[in-house]
Design a protein around this ligand. Sequence first.
Ligand code: BDR
Length: 365
Amino acid sequence: MPNADRRHLSQFRSLHRWALVPVACLAVISMLPACGGDEGGPEGAADAPAGPAALRIAVVPKGTTHEYWRSVEAGAFAAVREASEAGTPVEMVFRGPDREDDREQQIALLENLRSGDLDALVLAPLDENALVAPVEQFKDAGVPVVVIDSGLAGEPGRDFASFIATDNRAAGRLAGEQIARTLDNVGRVLLLRYLEGSESTTQREEGFVEAIAEAGGFELIDPARYAGATRATAQQAAENLLAAVAPGGEMDAFDAVFCPNESSTYGMLLALRDRGLAGKVLFMGFDASPDLVAGLEAGEIAGLVVQNPVRMGRLGVENALKAIRGEPVEAVIDTGAVLVLSQDAASPESRALLSPDLEAIRSGS
Ligand code: BDR
């Protein structure tokens, strides 16, 4: 795995451990009055009423190498902290596959978690079909499942408790409509798709294609190539696509390009830079990471469709708790998306979306 992806992985894993330790502490702290008795617990703890046992919730992202999942984890952690502080001790296990194309690893992880004593599962399925059977097994075992971020085949509210995500088709349309407005409905437009089976990004791609088609005057170059799950595979796929469209390195071979997630957008940015095209073609991307925000601020990326992964993680845990308690849960919750243009990147509203303070969110400070 190239260094860039490895750095992400190690960075995330350290967060992962950190996320586990405080959560356990929160559960232990909120259970201390109940831990009294003759093993020398806190003074007076012996007759303290037993507190509630900690609820165990697993949050399983699609992968752990994209910055995006750090925001999901921060939102989930905040909901766990708030529940524990309000008297419901919660232990969160936040664990995912390394790569968003490793179906076997995500399925094996769920099988491992199902053998434990989980009270609920919050899952971002990396494949809308491959994860149906594993989720059914949780349902059959009476463990509520909340799906976040990326869709799962089935009916929310019946096959799983809730689906909490961006309206990805509408979010993809935002990018297509912005390109149509900027180019006055005429030009050659490239689409680099992300990954087969990824419902979230497929919806974005389809929404984008729909908006471009509606504009009427575009030639869409959509060779159904896929960026793949890492920045490295995305950069290679982007270079291959640019070489196919402009074999002689022509600078005017196309007018705009769209990529539907963090890693595909970054791979395309690197490829455009290599060809001296960054800032010279209209480039719409998706998600926000420090590298993508730098490209936006530099004008290399004209706009980023930014989701609300912190809200997704938070609502995932909050609705899992509702499902555990048997309280009503909304079947579908749209967590929203905003198109941030390069010229607006420095505004306070944009900064809050592009670079949320994850430590403040986790700690509640
Ligand atoms: C990306 O994959 C999607 O499912 C998420 O919404 C995000 O855009 C993370 O790689």
